[in-house]
Design a binder for this molecule. Structure first.
Ligand code: SF4
Length: 371
């Protein structure tokens, strides 16, 4: 029997009031056929509108180095155990990273994310990241800066905070139960400790999950409730991208509808958080992508760490067509005006092919060897 309108109204009302939904309801949102997708999305949209209006925050991610990671996260193309054919390079120069920050700002990014692969940064690396943060904040004050640099203790977190870091990204990725199935070189507890250290240093937290890594709906609940408890400010929900050569293999348990249900669940339990439909939206949501903007208020532009995303113009047009605006110094119309009219093919996964970034996508400001 289908749920009546009262059920969805109550769901939205409880979420807006920041009440914790019972686990049985949370599980039903993911699994029950009695809960229909469209009214569910509409209820999530009510919550999103209350706290986030119709704005979309665009994030652009910068892989400051690629590969060379000693950890064994089985979903990651940069892991030492991955046979993926990625464009490996050591740390980019400061000039290159700063040029990419400028580019992100000019493309309308609200937040610029620098990703440093590895278990965790050395003291020297922390000092270096701090210098970069200071320079970016001085040059582009409206641009929010986020860093993803692996495991951190409180001392290192304090150094980044003093440099002006707004947010630290450190995903829980999956439940504590499922964690040993995706990585054995560090633990779920290590991840929680890093988030706690960042919180003590008064850095905002960005932490989310990757769905499609063999987790059960109960595992998803564990992550949603853990992030609620941590009062995480920003939640990226990634859908696993099965890059050839990754130890984990193909994604499981994902359909466009299931992905949307996951996003709705994250919104109901984290009503005020920035919720990002992150990596894999093209591959797993396909023709339903735009629906993700009803629970989520943020997305990535220009693809992910090693894989291409949708053409920039297609993403901006999607935001505009659905009547959303962007949270930027630039309007979506202005940004669309700067783009050409040709569209790249969408990585929709129809043929099971994941388009990889080439070196020129990953290092658009790489100095020429002659200069
Ligand atoms: S997810 Fe991060 S820590 Fe894990 S292998 Fe990839 S780069 Fe290394």
């Amino acid at each position: 029997m289908e749920m009546n309108r009262d059920f969805y109204n109550q769901l939205a009302g409880q979420s807006v009031a920041n009440e914790t939904l019972p686990r049985s309801t949370a599980l039903d949102i993911l699994t029950s056929e009695e809960i229909e997708l469209l009214p569910l999305l509409n209820a999530a949209f009510e919550v999103r509108k209350k706290y986030r209006g119709k704005e979309v925050s665009i994030h652009i991610i910068n892989n400051a180095q690629n590969g060379f990671c000693p950890e064994n996260c089985r979903y990651c193309a940069q892991a030492k155990t991955s046979d993926s054919d990625i464009e490996e390079y050591p740390l980019k120069s400061d000039e290159e990273i700063l040029a990419e920050a400028k580019n992100a700002y000019e493309k309308g990014a609200f937040r610029y994310c620098m990703v440093f692969a590895g278990r965790g940064p050395s003291a020297t690396r922390v000092a270096h990241i701090a210098r970069l943060i200071r320079e970016i904040k001085a040059k582009y004050p409206p641009l929010q800066v986020c860093v993803s640099s692996g495991l951190l203790d409180e001392g290192k977190a304090n150094i980044l905070k003093e440099a002006g870091l707004d947010r630290l990204n450190h995903n829980l990725n999956t439940s504590e139960r499922n964690y040993p199935n995706i990585c054995t070189t560090h633990t779920y507890a290590d991840r929680l400790n890093t988030l706690a250290a960042a919180r003590r240093a008064d850095i905002q937290l960005c932490s989310g999950m990757i769905a499609g890594m063999g987790e059960t709906p109960q595992d998803i609940l564990e992550v949603v409730y853990a992030l609620r408890e941590l009062q995480v400010e920003s939640i990226p929900v990634n859908f696993y991208i099965p890059i050839e050569g990754n130890a984990l293999g193909p994604a499981v348990n994902l359909s466009p509808e299931y992905c949307l249900r996951i996003l709705c669940l994250f919104r109901f339990l984290n009503p005020k958080s920035e919720l990002r439909v992150a990596a894999g939206r093209e591959l797993h949501l396909r023709s339903m992508q735009v629906m993700a903007l009803y629970p989520a208020n943020s997305l990535f532009l220009d693809g992910y760490l090693n894989t291409k995303g949708d053409d920039r113009r297609r993403t901006l047009q999607m935001i505009k067509d659905a009547g959303f605006t962007i949270n930027s110094d630039h309007s979506v119309e202005e940004l669309l005006g700067k783009e050409g009219s040709t569209l790249e093919a969408s990585p929709d996964g129809a043929a099971g092919h994941v388009p990889m970034k080439k070196l020129q996508d990953l290092r658009i400001f790489m100095p020429s060897p002659m200069s």
